[in-house]
Design a protein around this ligand. Structure first.
Ligand SMILES: [Zn+2]
Length: 132
């Protein structure tokens, strides 16, 4: 029997029983990723990677994103990362500001559940980038 874990799936918009698999299945053309763990939703086929460099190497990075949300996340990093890398504000502090502006206790890009949420974060991050 394969190992499963309850994770929120953005494609299904609910908690699903994700199945533990490897890059051999999720990235068959990327040999370099074949040994890495992934949690896959068999309902919609989307999957999430893991904190594989840590002690708990199958701990999911966040929710299971759709390709659209995955793309939005990298756009968000393109806006957010230069702000804290500039040194004008610390990374923690910046994430705290974003959390406050979108009305959550803690903000993690890997926890974004919808394209709408991603758009809001991107808008807020752009504003912060222009003002701090
Ligand atoms: Zn799903």
């Amino acid at each position: 029997m394969s190992k499963t874990k309850t994770i929120f799936c953005c494609g299904c918009q609910r908690d699903v029983e994700a199945r533990l698999t490897s890059g051999r299945e999720t990235y068959s053309h990327r040999r370099d990723l074949h040994e890495l763990p992934f949690w896959k939703c068999d309902g919609c086929g989307n999957f999430v990677g893991c904190h594989h460099k840590t002690k708990n190497r199958t701990r999911p990075l966040g929710v299971i994103p759709t390709p659209g949300i995955k793309a939005m996340r990298s756009e968000i990093h393109c806006v957010i990362d230069p702000i804290w890398k500039s040194g004008r504000v610390g990374r923690r502090e910046l994430y705290g500001m974003i959390a406050h502006l979108i009305g959550v206790n803690e903000y993690h890009t890997a926890d974004i559940r919808t394209v709408e949420q991603a758009r809001e974060v991107k808008r807020v991050a752009k504003e912060l980038g222009a003002t701090i």
